[in-house]
Write a protein that binds this ligand. Structure first.
Ligand code: DGL
Length: 269
């Protein structure tokens, strides 16, 4: 492993591409290997044991490709398996979206009430509450699981009438509440930002996405470790566990760029 090694980024599906986009902007020289577990998405309705075992298989896959850092671009995995992944990677640094998302929410120290939305596993784990409380013990936190949103995003339905109705139903919890910010505690959810904005009806509510925050944490960490790539490279390779062509089409739509290198990689079931 050295400066020219790639950064490994993974998620259960396309959601982690929101993190890829931010990393490509912050670190254009870096090569990226992305893994999307399209054969087994969604993770958020599965048990902690299952999520952990999937995450460790992907970690091994990325380590076999000599990555210099791993970004867990999945809140569900961050909530269930972060420590196990760091243990498995040894010296290779691991950053996760829950730490990044909580830090991002702390940019607004005057906020008194924070909303969090995520998968059943993430919300059930209370990982956001724990992470936020490390910075601020006073703030009120209201959390809601939105299990239908990941399958909708994988279907590409993020901006239509059905998406809007489902988002409305989930966000009812925050109606009439005085939340100052809403953390998108699932990397699929930034794909619904327009719909969420429309449903919230309140431009003053700050929508917090962990992608920019994890990208700047990655830049800082690689700099500290003197592992930044000085050469212009920026290769992007995607691996998925099922249906690469379908992933490619959706991913190209969301990233707004060609993604020629989508490969299939089957992990043990
Ligand atoms: N993008 C994943 C997350 O951030 C979605 C998990 C799932 O597959 O349900 O939690």
């Amino acid at each position: 492993m050295d400066c020219s090694s790639p950064i490994g980024i993974f998620d259960s599906g396309i959601g982690g591409l929101t993190v890829v986009k931010a990393v490509q902007n912050a670190l254009p020289n870096e090569d990226i290997i992305y893994f999307g577990d399209t054969a087994r998405v969604p993770y958020g309705i599965k048990s902690e044991h299952t999520i952990r075992s999937y995450a460790l298989q992907i970690t091994e896959f990325l380590m076999d490709r000599d990555v210099k850092m791993i970004l867990i671009a999945c809140n569900t995995v961050s909530a269930s398996a972060r420590d196990g992944i760091q243990k498995a990677t040894g010296d290779i640094p691991v950053l996760d979206v829950i730490t990044a998302g909580s830090k991002a929410a702390m940019q607004f120290p005057h906020h008194k009430h924070i909303g969090v939305i995520g998968t059943l596993a993430t919300i059930g784990s209370k990982a956001y509450e724990e992470a936020i409380r490390q910075y601020n013990g006073e703030v009120e936190i209201t959390a809601e699981a939105c299990p239908m949103l990941v399958p909708l995003a994988e279907e590409g339905w993020t901006d239509n009438e059905i998406a809007e109705q489902i988002v409305k139903k989930y966000l009812q919890k925050f109606e009439g509440s005085d939340i100052d910010s809403l953390i998108l505690g699932c990397t699929h959810y930034p794909l619904f930002t327009n719909t969420i904005r429309k449903v919230l009806h309140d431009p003053d509510i700050e929508i917090v996405d962990s992608a920019l925050s994890i990208a700047s944490m990655a830049k800082k960490k690689l700099g500290d470790l003197q592992l930044l790539n000085d050469e212009q490279s920026g290769n992007f390779n995607c691996y998925v566990s099922d249906r690469p062509q379908r992933f490619r089409e959706l991913a190209e739509r969301f990233l707004g760029q060609d993604i020629p290198n989508v490969h299939i990689a089957q992990l043990q079931q």
